[in-house]
Write a protein that binds this ligand. Sequence first.
Ligand code: SF4
Length: 964
Amino acid sequence: MIKVRINEVNYEVPPNLTILAASRFIGVEIPTLCYIPGLEAIGGCRLCVVEVTGARSLVTACSTPVTENMEIFTNSSRVRECRRTTLDLLLSNHDKNCFSCSKYGMCEFRTLCAEYGLEETSYPADEPLKPLDTSNRFFVRDPNKCILCEKCVRVCKEWQGHGAIWLSSRGYKTEVTPAFKVSAQDSECVSCGTCLTVCPTGSIYPKELHLGSDMSFEKIETVCPYCGVGCKLNLHVKSNKVISVSPANGPANHNLLCVKGRFAYNFINHKDRLKTPFIRKRGKLIPATWDEALDKIKKAYIKIDTEYKKKLFISENCAEKISEFNNQSNSIDNKYKNNVNNDLANNINNSFKNNINGDVDNKLANYKNILNIDTLKDGSPFAGLSSAKCTNEENYLFQKMMRSVFKTNHVDHCARLCHAPTVAGLAMSFGSGAMTNSISEISDMDVIFILGSNTTETHPVIASKMRQAKQKGAIIIVAEPRRIDLCREADIFLQIEPGSNVALLNGLMKAVLEEGLEDKSFITDRTEGFKELTEMLETITVEACADICRVSADDIRAAARTFAKGDKAGVFYAMGVTQHSSGTEGVLSVANFAMLCGKIGKSGCGVNPLRGQNNVQGASDMGAVPTDLPGYQKVAVDSNIQKFEEAWNTKLPKFKGKTVTEIMDEILLEEIRFLFIMGENPMVSDPDLTHAEEALRNTEFLVVADIFMTETAALADVVLPAASFAEKEGTFTNTERRVQLLNKAISSPGESKEDREIIQEIVNAIGGNWNYSSSSQIMDEIASLVPIYGGISYDRLKGANKNYGLQWPCPSLNHSGTKILHTSSFTRGKGKFIPCVYKSPAETSSVEYPFILTTGRILYQYHTRTMTSKSEGIEEIAGKNFVEMNPSTATKYNISQGEMISIFSERGEIEVNVRITSKVKEHILFMPFHYAESAANVLTGANLDPISKIPEYKVSAVGIRKIN
Ligand code: SF4
């Protein structure tokens, strides 16, 4: 600590601080208009000037370091006079009409002017007003209120890594504009709103913020409901409405948000929110009371449960008679086949049937206790799809309901369709299927290898951290079938073929071994299976791998060398790796590559799967999957079943549950008859949609809980109105395993309820007796049963860990959570090399289907658009689907930009607009999957990865046709 004297009081402050930081350290405020915490000070606005004894002139506090025994005056008359003059000059160049400014009351500049007694400028200028740039859908740029503090320019470049705006022109004409003074709409701006957040005046203001005459509003900190980054944000609430959003300083986002988190909040108070339950009557969904809806669910449950038990009873007790019937029936069919006498055959058959049914009925009549028939060892007619949009507590209750009340393991959720191979593959290699490192490490990494992830569009804030690393000198390697946005930052770009990940990773490993760059001590001390890996790699060459990927072997070698030599080198991957029929092998190969180079268990390294939805990590953690009880405790292990049976005081099913895609198949086989879907929309997100739609339409009893009448809800027998993330307390677990608290900001509309309440009401309607009164009570139960969540409690998340949450594993209340996994040993002990031989995708192009369609997400929409489509700005930018096509392909087929064409696969055909771009190669097409109209998933197939059962969304053979 060093001694300083500030405003005639002696203090001790840490060394190496600026005067501004030292003053803030002791609680003395100094005004600034251009200072941005964390970025280099530029001393541009001159508002932070202070007087230092002995200095010839005033100094800027933001850029002057404190020294031992420095004497500082932060508010002397000389200082105040100087600040007042500066403000006066700034005001001379500022639009005077503050009362009409939408930032009125929140403008830092105006507040300072008032504090320094400035109503009007002493230097009035008579310049004509400059035109506003209103072209951005979410905010307006007003040059007349700009004080050229450069904050917007700097955060755009240095935080977000975009550099979409600059200071253009010089001297008096200096202005903040996009490059070449194009409008915001035509610029590279991605509407993240960071410029808006830091603007200290009304020069950048949101279009939708209307505070009215009462300018007060409440600010509630919570977590973004969109992607797995888990950005913290503030909901600005007025009269039970969310009127705007601002970023919070969360551990994953550090004051950044993307366009969805910042502006796509209109769904919360949207008029179309479900406000009452609906039940289907005479084919139509009509509004109903909760009692009516629950009663309908109860009746369907009893009917299907009883019939299922009867079926089991019959198959177990009347096998002899049934077999007699079948034999007799076959012999009659044979005898009268060739249509000689069908009626006679049917009559005889029916008389046998009646005879046997009578016999079965007699047995049933004598069996009084049919409801006690043990259904735990067989399949079940009940299934449930949980939700990666809902909280941990709700997912925990959902799977508990399915297992302990409906007695089924047929429970799954959309993780099956995005990162099931990650959970399976990393569990096999490391013992734990999650991101090994943390988001905060990214900006300090040396080598970032991005594989199968269009990070700028799918995890925008993580992409910003990658760009920050690039600005500090990191090397970026991108391997992707499309020339994605991050290729502009990439030092090495490998434009690989869809489905060639395993070949690429094998080629990289082969190149590492050829150059002797493997981490020998890591391999010896921390791993097993290296011999098997090298034996497999001996059978291949880098050149052969390069041929499969259609990239150069030299580029593979350069990438391998760069990664292996990097000190802080890590892999980031997403669904470009997992959504393949070899998805698990892709993940295993990523793990092999990282272990070979010794990049596990260290800061800035790791295998980092980027999880899709906001709480897809948590939904998996909570056991919303057929194979695992909460905390990845396997259903197949008897002691796990026993543990949960004791805790839940009931018997649990042990049979193997079905996955999302298998559930659809089982519905069509009439094996599954009752499906409860909580907050998912498989009518848009499932592969081979025609098949999925047929299944959902044929589900005997379908219950959907959601916040809107989605495409799936519209097919349901009962629809239950749910609360949104803004209307509930709970926790989400982000992609880096961080459990963060949601705070309830407003009450939910009409009669809608939190999903945890909905689940409890259903359980109690069908005979249960659950009494959960809060999410924190559920978290306590989770902590008692799930070792990796053992130390997580609401007391901690609201108290000492309020700002950071807790990263699992967090096994006890005095554990501070785990930033990096596998530091000294892997969860399974030693990391296991599991060699994988490249297999081509299930579908390849042919004469009839000459193109490979690959699907994915875009920046502006989310998942099935249930929420993002409610934002007009988002819809204006990205309201329609498109297919990306290479210019040569377009020329060959005589297709022009924006033309509507037909795309067809073996499974269906859609019409969609063409976007001509060299992002894709000639034989590749790309389509986002978000849109129900012209849904990409009509074309995709359910070619499953045999281990994780994920469908191969990323490779579908398709043909194209001009419509006219
Ligand atoms: Fe929300 Fe993800 Fe955007 Fe962050 S990056 S604001 S979590 S959508």
